[in-house]
Design a protein around this ligand. Structure first.
Ligand SMILES: [Zn+2]
Length: 268
């Protein structure tokens, strides 16, 4: 199965896709995949100084810069950041989006996550999974003959259940490009993140800033590596010990169940 895939990321905020699936999206991009990233909210709550309206515009531009690097269509919807609910209206919009884009793979959040917007998107996508095939639901958009594969992006939360690592990919080789993708979200990684996590201020020099971000991302990855260490070593043996960066996905059981060949195609 070598045809380029159609990949749709349904995330809550501009930058979620890059944080959790940047390596996978880069690989799909290099294989000619058609990629669309949707930030369901406008990102207007992610700052400590900026006016929300100005921030929403800035984050839209940041997302588009990341989209250019990925050769992806990056959309930012207008739901207010921090106030998303898994409403029927949102579910219908997601059903139409999935039907219209016809993805082979959908990536989203788990409904168990610290952020209410992440939970809301994850719940609404999960609720849309089967419904995309039901003609009388949202009948103004033609239904799909079969579900796409839906996978949850990585989180480290354990209640009520931790993420099941159905797919683990070593993305250490993509580290420099992932850091460049994240750096597109300047308002987040160089401003709000240091404020919110009470970190030292990043340097002003562009190269030093990237190095600062790289070191932050490696600390972020260390936690992920520790959480999935057993699964990494089980899957990759001793070669797993040299890995610095991984992406981990759980296949949603309410959508299409991929064969091993489809897993290899959708998670190169
Ligand atoms: Zn987010």
């Amino acid at each position: 199965m070598t045809k380029p895939a159609r990949v749709l990321v349904l995330g809550a905020h501009p930058d979620d896709a890059e944080f959790h699936a940047g390596g996978l999206l880069l690989r799909h991009g290099s294989r000619g995949a058609t990629i669309r990233i949707v930030s369901v909210t406008n990102g207007a709550a992610g700052h400590h100084r900026m006016h929300p309206l100005e921030l929403a515009v800035r984050r839209r531009h940041e997302a588009q810069a990341a989209g250019r690097l990925l050769k992806a269509d990056y959309q930012t919807w207008d739901y207010p950041d921090g106030e998303l609910e898994p409403s029927l209206e949102l579910r219908r919009r997601l059903i139409r989006e999935i039907r219209h884009f016809q993805p082979d793979l959908v990536l989203t959040h788990r409904p168990y996550d610290y952020h209410p917007d992440h939970r809301a998107v994850g719940q609404a996508v999960q609720d849309a999974c089967y419904m995309v095939t039901v003609p009388l639901v949202a009948p103004d958009s033609p239904h799909l003959e079969s579900d796409p594969v839906v996978a949850f992006m990585c989180d480290l939360f354990t209640r009520p259940v931790p993420l099941r690592p159905d797919v683990i990919r070593d993305v250490t080789a993509e580290l420099p490009q992932i850091v460049r993708l994240l750096a597109c979200h300047e308002s987040q990684v160089f401003e709000f993140l240091p404020y919110n996590q009470k970190l030292e201020q990043p340097p002003c020099d562009p190269d030093q800033r990237l190095e600062w971000l790289r070191e932050w991302y490696l600390r972020f990855m260390k936690q992920r590596m520790e959480a999935f260490r057993e699964a990494v070593l089980e899957g990759l043996g001793d070669s797993g010990k040299s890995i610095q960066c991984i992406e981990v996905y759980e296949i949603c059981q309410y959508a299409r169940k991929p064969t091993p060949e489809e897993i290899a195609w959708l998670f190169p």
